[in-house]
Write a protein that binds this ligand. Structure first.
Ligand SMILES: Nc1ncnc2c1ncn2[C@@H]1O[C@H](COP(=O)(O)OP(=O)(O)OP(=O)(O)O)[C@@H](O)[C@H]1O
Ligand SMILES: [Mg+2]
Length: 376
């Protein structure tokens, strides 16, 4: 997918902008609080139909204005051109039009423009608690397999019901008789979720290792699913049923489920050393970027459409060599939008593409390198 142009009116501090992009790199620099992330937000909202920054849509309307309007022109890898418009009036809902046709709701544009975004907070993916990595696995698998999404929703429902019963048992408000009925459904769906995660992550691990190797040859990156109950020998259903038997007394005492895929994790290693314990800040950031790029590659393989890559302020912690590696990788064909407070960050990644500088919500073209054909 290539985003050719955007028009933004009253979006955050961007009161009026009309921009044409490069189909390779788009570098956006500017001091803090000038509008860099706002532009990425304006682009990314076309992917998910909602902001990656806020769940309150009205926050995106410029202070003092009563609406925002966004129009994006893009072209798919198969050459199909799309014009998508999004608008929001104060107190209303986001409305969407595709090629001039009003859509029933903004959700009908979800999936039209595949993208991956990386923001500074995403470093949590590699350095934070396991829940973020479970979500990463689940999101990737759900994008590819509707049946996985069904199993996951069902598992979450069963887990909540089972926990509620265990709470009552622990408080002496209920007997343990009803537990057996929940256990079989819990085992069935829990095993399906674990199987789905295992399948998606084994393919993704290969891609991630290759991507990491392209950026930093000589270092070996490992990503592996850590199922909290599977032992690799018996079928997952059997392993989970056995785990439930082991924790049974403890569960009734403590009042919640103590075994199941809600305790899974993804192990991350560099040269076989645990990244979370021993990794440097810069390497953790790089690994989080690599995981997102591997996610994009996995989704792309199934969807046959290159996602747009949005990188918000990622180079500040990467050394020039690593930055150059990321850039080399992106030049493989993804269109990318890369922000940084200082232009010198881009010198580290070399030139090529379009350079925009933003001040107080106004974007100026600072340079177009390569030839004119770089422009979309
Ligand atoms: N609804 C809004 N209306 C007007 N201005 C807004 C609105 N929401 C946020 N802003 C302001 O827009 C400006 C640009 O914000 P943005 O997050 O895009 O900055 P940035 O260039 O990414 O800065 P940084 O380098 O600090 O990340 C900020 O001053 C912010 O306070
Ligand atoms: Mg920002």
């Amino acid at each position: 997918m290539i985003i050719k142009e955007i028009r933004a009116v009253n979006f955050r501090n961007i009161t009026g902008a009309e921009l044409t992009f490069s189909k390779s790199f788009n570098f956006i620099s500017g001091r803090n609080a000038q509008g860099k992330t706002s532009l990425l937000e304006a682009i990314h909202i076309f992917s998910l139909g909602r902001s990656f920054r806020t769940s309150k849509v009205a926050e995106m309307i410029s202070f003092g204005a009563d609406y925002f309007y966004l129009k994006l022109g893009c072209e798919s890898d198969t050459g199909i051109c799309l014009d998508i418009e999004l608008s929001l009036e104060q107190g209303g809902r986001i409305r969407a039009k595709v090629n001039g046709d009003r859509q029933p709701g903004v959700s009908s544009i979800i999936g039209l423009i595949p993208s991956v975004i990386f923001t500074p907070g995403d470093v949590e993916l590699s350095s934070g608690p396991p829940a973020g990595r479970r979500l990463f696995a689940d999101y990737t698998a759900a994008q590819i397999s509707p049946s996985f999404l069904g199993d996951l929703k069902e598992f979450r429902r069963i887990l909540a019901q089972r926990n509620s019963l265990l709470r009552k048992i622990s408080a002496g408000e209920s007997g343990a008789g009803g537990l057996a009925a929940w256990n079989s459904a819990f085992v069935e769906k829990g095993a399906s979720v674990a199987r789905g995660r295992g399948e998606i992550l084994s393919g993704l691990a290969e891609k991630a290792a290759a991507i990491y190797g392209e950026i930093r040859g000589g270092e070996r990156f490992g990503l592996a699913y850590r199922c909290s109950f599977g032992n690799g020998e018996s079928p997952l259903e059997e392993a989970l049923a056995a785990a439930l038997v082991r924790v049974s007394e403890n569960e009734k005492r403590r009042g919640y489920s103590l075994a199941g895929p809600q305790y899974d994790d993804i192990a991350l290693t560099l040269d076989d050393v645990d990244l979370r314990k021993y990794g440097s800040q810069g390497r953790k950031r790089l690994v989080a970027i690599v995981m997102k790029l591997a996610q994009a590659a996995t989704i792309m393989e199934k969807r046959a459409e290159r996602p747009v890559v949005l990188l918000d302020d990622i180079f500040s912690e990467l050394d020039p060599e690593t930055s150059a590696g990321v850039r080399r990788l992106l030049s493989g064909g993804h269109q990318s939008f890369i922000t940084s407070p200082g232009k010198e960050q881009f010198d580290a990644v070399g030139d090529g593409g379009l350079e925009l500088v933003v001040e107080d919500g106004v974007f100026e073209v600072a340079g177009v390198s390569g030839d004119g054909e770089e422009r979309a």
